[in-house]
Design a protein around this ligand. Sequence first.
Ligand code: G3P
Length: 222
Amino acid sequence: MLLFLDTANVEEIKEINAWGVLSGITTNPTLIVKEGKDFKKVVKEICNIVDGPVSAEVTATDAEGMIKQGLDIATWADNVVVKCPLTEAGLQATAHLSKKDIKVNVTLCFSANQALLAARAGAYFISPFVGRLDDINQDGCALVEEIVELYHMQAIETRVLAASIRTPQQVTRCAIAGADVATLPFKVFKMLVKHPLTDAGLTQFLKDWEKVTAEQPVAAKK
Ligand code: G3P
């Protein structure tokens, strides 16, 4: 499972990118607005930093408007992916854009049937929203499992991109379910790397090492 970062914050992107684990970025209108920067400028900047797909979402609600915005977004960078919502108009726009070889990430997916429709419209990614289902007392990871199985049974190539991830446990469950990608907020990336036993172990190693270097400075250097 590839790991994407769900943010439009350039500093966060640079920090996680330096770890060597980042395969792409997802943004949405809320994340773009939070940064207070020009949409096109920030997307182009992110596309330059990251060597992988960068999703940028349309904001029109009618098919014609989505297609117009999608065609424009697709010219911003080679690695940009147009994000369309899972509505009737969104499916129409997805079909139109994907016929033009433009990669589309269909977002706001909350059911396996919606995922089937997105795939038939030609979606490159489908984004089931795990955390928002958990928020209403449903099992978001179970939806990811269901879509992965459905796509496998139907030999569908659309990639499953688990979105709205809030916890490390959701990351593990999505990976075991066979999701192709999980997009994580900065905070969750930080949670994944942390373990108190790693910290305690390193503190002990360094303490022991210091002792040796103080007692036998030459031996420690060998
Ligand atoms: O980018 C879409 C998704 O990841 C949003 O997550 O936490 O707002 O439900 P969240």
